[in-house]
Design a protein around this ligand. Structure first.
Ligand SMILES: NC(=O)c1ccc[n+]([C@@H]2O[C@H](COP(=O)([O-])OP(=O)(O)OC[C@H]3O[C@@H](n4cnc5c(N)ncnc54)[C@H](OP(=O)(O)O)[C@@H]3O)[C@@H](O)[C@H]2O)c1
Length: 302
């Protein structure tokens, strides 16, 4: 089963990104080997876009999975689009490249396809990714994100990354980068939480007006990790409206949730460590194709 490789979106720097990506965030209570196996499955069934991050602590496993699929002839490195993220403790400009180089080393890659600032808030540099004071409060750092961005631009100029972008930025934070004197490269995308309960309409309109892609995460309602999610909040894939639409079109709620974003011109990430679901999610590409050809903006290459 081979994905239509041309189902890619052109970014503002001329590089292309596959519209549907495989997420690798793995909560602490899940074995990392599951993520490694699932990454191999995702590549086997046809996904070519993989979303990772320094802070996920999973880059060695993901890199091994990719290299195994390169070694067995399924893909070449250039077929894979891999995103890495600059963690919050590396925002000082002199630390940016070191975070990237650590990721490259763990992945055993020469370059990343996309490198994004994971969050707009900076934390105290050091080995602890979530440094806290004696009262258990996070210790922040004061960094001008425009300087962080310049260091990101330098990583691109050094050939270590092909494209650069941001994550979890609001409109004001994006404007700060866009209005920076001497800006060399605009962010190609902004990766944010986005699903029917948080559809990011205003941010999407702003990004489109600036030729910045929106990339959606937690599209299926997230992994409901106890560390981040209030367990009393509604479960997205059990939403009655989503369920009714799914029944009407003879689809699963997950496919409706994925296709909703693709039809809005959004790059979509999903995570699943289950083969059957990884295969199921692939169907959104095939079944949405005709409709997307009518609806998507011209930058989308189908
Ligand atoms: N930039 C950021 O700050 C940020 C934050 C969060 C996430 N992300 C990225 O976005 C990725 C995806 O987001 P997410 O991890 O929050 O999860 P998600 O894509 O919303 O997935 C949530 C859950 O849906 C289940 N699922 C997948 N396909 C399904 C299907 N067809 N039917 C029913 N259930 C299905 C999966 O469970 P099973 O594994 O059991 O199948 C998964 O645990 C992450 O892995 C990460 O790469 C980035």
């Amino acid at each position: 089963m081979e994905l239509d490789k041309d189902l890619c979106i052109k970014m503002n720097d001329g590089n292309k990104i596959p519209a549907l990506g495989f997420g690798t965030y793995c909560p602490d209570d899940v074995q990392k080997s599951k993520c490694e196996e699932a990454t191999k499955v995702a590549i086997e069934v046809g996904f070519r876009h993989i979303d990772g991050a320094f802070v996920y602590g999973i880059e060695e496993e993901v890199g091994r999975a990719v290299h195994e699929k390169i070694a067995d002839g399924t893909v070449k490195r250039e077929d894979i689009f891999y995103t890495g993220k600059l963690w919050n403790t590396f925002h000082r400009p002199e630390l940016v490249r070191s975070c990237l180089e650590q990721s490259l080393k763990k992945l055993k890659f020469d370059y990343l396809d996309l490198f994004i600032i994971h969050n707009p808030m900076s934390l105290k540099p050091g080995t602890d990714p979530l440094p806290k004071d004696e009262n258990g409060k996070l210790i922040f750092d004061v960094v001008d994100l425009r300087q962080t961005w310049e260091a990101m631009e330098a990583c691109k100029d050094a050939g270590l990354v092909k494209s650069i972008g941001v994550s979890n930025f609001n409109i004001r934070q994006l404007e700060m980068i866009l209005n920076k004197p001497g800006l060399k490269y605009k962010p190609v995308l902004n990766q944010v939480e986005c699903h029917p309960y948080l559809n990011q309409g205003k941010l999407l309109a702003f990004c489109k007006s600036k030729d910045i892609l929106l990339e959606a995460y937690s599209v299926l309602g997230s992994q409901r990790d106890k560390m981040w999610i209030d367990q009393s909040t509604p479960v997205l894939l059990e939403d009655p409206v989503l369920g009714a639409i799914a029944r009407k079109y003879n689809q699963s709620p997950a496919l409706v949730a994925l296709r909703y974003q693709l039809q809005r011109g959004i790059v979509v990430l999903f995570k699943s460590f289950t083969r059957k679901r990884i295969e199921e999610n692939l169907q959104v590409k095939q079944e949405g194709r005709e409709k997307r050809m009518r609806d998507t903006p011209p930058c989308v290459q189908i």
